[in-house]
Design a protein around this ligand. Sequence first.
Ligand code: C2O
Length: 349
Amino acid sequence: DPVQAPDFTKCGDAHDAQTGAALDVKCCPPLADKIIDYKLPPFQMMRIRPAAHRASKEQVAKYEEAIRRMRELDTTDPQDPRGFMQQANIHCAYCNGAHDQVGFNNLDLQVHNSWLFFPFHRWYLYFYERILGKLINDPTFALPFWNWDNPKGMTLPPIFDKTDSPLYDANRDPNNRGFSVVDLTITRSKDNLQLVANNLTAIYSEMIRSVSTATDFMGKPYCAGTNPNPGPGSSENGSHTGVHWWVGTKDTSGPNKLNEDMGNFYSAGRDPAFYCHHSNVDRMWTIWRDVLKTDVPKDITSTNYLNAEFLFYDENKQLVRVKAGDCYDQRKLGYDYERIDLPWLNYRP
Ligand code: C2O
């Protein structure tokens, strides 16, 4: 059977995803009196997500203002599910065992390390983007993507690195600011040229070379009543995890715990860069599916995948139920990505 949407009324304590140790974070969502089966709303204009390093002044200003208003909700109405911390806590609740699988109290619901990874994060960003748009009354607002698969986008996007911006997060590795090139495969090299070549080769490999079945890319099957973490897809395991690790702090001499914010499930969503990173993770899914002309089958047709469910609050604070199979085509969801060249296509190892 497909994994069912969690029961928010049974949400419990969060624990470390690797060690099981209790975490002193409370990340359960607010409760709602009803759950609505989500219908994709009609839209007039496609939201086109821009590369963060190429976003226009106007796009950046809107993004900053939307995040500022989202952060403001944390103080004015902490129970508003659209607030900044509430949005961050979604990740914690779905990833640190706060939700059990419905009907299996001894099994955590976990949206990583399986085929739920792409659809869960797509829906998560979908509602996050709509909430930001709603907060600034702009139904065309589109979430930028961190274009780390292109040498021009391989540093932390500068819009996240201005200390007075709402997009800033102090809990990051200070060594990886400015011109440092992201280290997608955790080589720990500091040589920018070597890192660029290594990153491009790694992306070629996780998009093409190491993928011969749909689940090689998407992640292993994960069904109701089975253990979480059956195995991540190539992209989740590779560049996706590399970016998380690279941004998070490695310095625990101060108040921070290791890898906060980006490098831990419970705290990753507290860094605005998380959503921009995941926008590119989502984009890589669309490229793998639409652009790459390989003979690998792209679609997972199992109903255990298609009917897996999640709950989110939408931009109108309504609790809605969505299915993994219903987010297949991003254009039907009302958004798409700015087209950028794909230099990694020429980095066959
Ligand atoms: Cu839910 Cu990048 O992790």
